[in-house]
Design a protein around this ligand. Structure first.
Ligand code: UD1
Ligand code: MG
Length: 465
């Protein structure tokens, strides 16, 4: 995974297009692949080459793109008001390009591209002393890509877009990745010479190839080994395909780092997730956003974790849903547990089936094992909360807190009507409606109706006429 650094390189990222084929209100490069915007992948990759500067060309919804990316120190924003083509887009960068030997041009819609591949392109370009080098790949189904036209000596002579290609040219399976390395000294003269007489009336960046050849400059092509990497996203079919490839990469990466993933083809693990060693992720799990899972955990099958934080040795059983919550070590949740934002479970906690916890702290060793709702509460350590216990935290307008001390035992089917507090060591009898603070220790019972016994009573019998 190591490659050189390139202080003598400027990067241009093309991200001005609307992405018409996405049919979206969102600019194309902000569409997400496994929870991360496409532009973020591309910027992260080019950043790792440590170039002198990065120019990003935006146009359509440029404010949205800028707001998303922020303002890294070595990044210049370039506006392309009208999207007149990829050549026109690069030309807009002229004033911000720093004094460098080469300009690396990449598209914002190819998130799978690796830094190794880009480094290889730049290295080959320099070794061959080329003026223009294009990164190409063999694609069994080349539809939509620019085709690489080679002359009798197998040298690149032109790049022809799908819409301009002849039937014979459409058969060519070597395609352009849209990525170029060009000597800074010649780039802008070439760009000034391109026209827009083509099927799309656009200024095509690929037209610098024949212009460079006509000027006696050297044009080379570097063929990629991993042709998947150049897959560009133009519509949502491509987006799904790219996401699938990215998912395989991410899963493989976690597997190699010591995570067991059962039925990996059924699991979603987003780009921002981290997982510790000897953790087992079972089938059908969705690990979303910034979710962190510690060592030796077991999650699933079919659990959903969104921005969740799990310490080591946590068990999340089947069909549990955890969002914006943190779980201490040796704790278990589910099956069918639900932790909502602000739930904070300490170590050795047990949250059982059909239990919902929201904005509540649950102390070390406490158990809420069955069919309960705990919201806006603070619970101390070693409590046992009986089945069906509910914190009544909402009066229809405002929310109130429930405070529970340490070593409290709450009988089944108790309603704790907040605001209310329960002292350390208290025991509350089953079926209570608790509306006033419960003192520490002792037994608290709320009013119960007298139990009656009717001797000799018989159950009705089924009429068998
Ligand atoms: C482009 C290439 C094609 C290559 C393919 C690889 C051209 C003319 N075609 O086709 O040879 O095989 O990429 O994926 O270069 N953009 C701008 N301003 C514009 C037009 C486009 O910034 O005026 C940006 C887009 O936002 C996008 C990138 O340039 O990130 C490529 O544009 P796109 O429309 O996706 O071109 P393709 O048809 O994919
Ligand atoms: Mg494209």
């Amino acid at each position: 995974m190591s490659h050189n650094h390139y202080p003598d390189l400027q990067v241009c990222v093309l991200a001005a297009g609307k992405g018409k084929r996405m049919r979206s209100n969102l600019p194309k490069v902000l569409h997400k692949v496994l929870g991360r915007a496409m532009i973020d992948y591309v910027l992260h990759t080019v950043e790792s080459l440590r170039p002198k500067g990065i120019a990003v060309v935006t146009g359509h919804a440029s404010e949205m793109v800028r707001e998303h990316v922020g303002q890294p120190a070595n990044l210049d924003w370039v506006i392309q008001d009208q999207q007149l083509g990829t050549g026109h887009a690069v030309k807009q960068c002229e004033t911000v390009i720093r004094a460098v030997r080469d300009v690396l041009i990449v598209c914002g819609d190819t998130p799978l591209l690796s830094a190794e591949t880009l480094a290889h392109l730049v290295d080959e370009h320099r070794n061959c002393k080329a003026d223009v080098t294009v990164l190409t790949a063999l694609q069994a189904s080349p539809f939509g890509y620019g085709r690489i036209v080679r002359d009798d000596d197998q040298r690149v002579s032109a790049i022809v877009e799908e819409k301009d290609a002849t039937d014979a040219q459409r058969q060519i399976t070597e395609v352009s990745s849209g990525i170029y390395c060009v000597r800074n000294e010649v780039l802008f003269d070439l760009l000034r010479a391109i026209g827009n007489r083509n099927a799309q009336n656009e200024y095509y960046l690929p037209d610098i190839v024949p212009l460079a050849l006509a000027a006696g400059q050297r044009v080379d092509a570097v063929l990629m080994e991993q042709s998947d990497e150049m897959t560009g996203v133009n519509d949502r079919v491509d987006l799904a395909r790219v996401e699938d490839m990215m998912q395989k990469r991410i899963i493989r990466d976690w597997q190699l780092r010591g995570v067991t993933i059962e039925k990996p083809e059924t699991v979603r693990i987003e780009a921002g997730v981290s997982i510790g060693i000897d953790t087992v992720i079972q089938a059908g799990c969705y690990l979303i956003g910034s979710t962190h899972i510690g060592d030796e955990c077991r999650v699933g099958p079919n659990a959903v974790l969104v921005d969740a934080w799990l310490d080591d040795r946590v068990n999340v059983f089947a069909f549990s849903h955890i969002q914006g919550a943190s779980v201490g070590s040796n704790t278990s949740v589910g099956p069918y547990g639900r932790l909502r934002p602000g739930a904070q479970l300490d170590e050795h906690v047990h949250i059982g089936n059909f239990v919902e916890i929201k904005k509540s702290v649950i102390g070390r060793g406490s158990k809420v094992n069955h069919l309960s709702y705990i919201g806006d509460a603070t619970m101390g350590s070693d409590c046992n909360i009986g089945a069906g216990t509910i914190t009544c935290n909402y009066d229809g307008a405002n929310k109130f807190r429930t405070e529970i001390g340490d070593n409290v035992f709450v009988g089944s089917d108790t309603q704790l009507v907040a605001p209310v507090s329960v002292g350390d060591g208290a025991t509350i009898g089953a079926g209570g409606t608790i509306t006033r603070d419960v003192p520490a220790g002792g037994l608290t019972l709320s009013e119960r109706t007298e139990q009656r016994y009717i001797a000799g009573w018989k159950r009705p019998e089924k009429d068998i006429r």
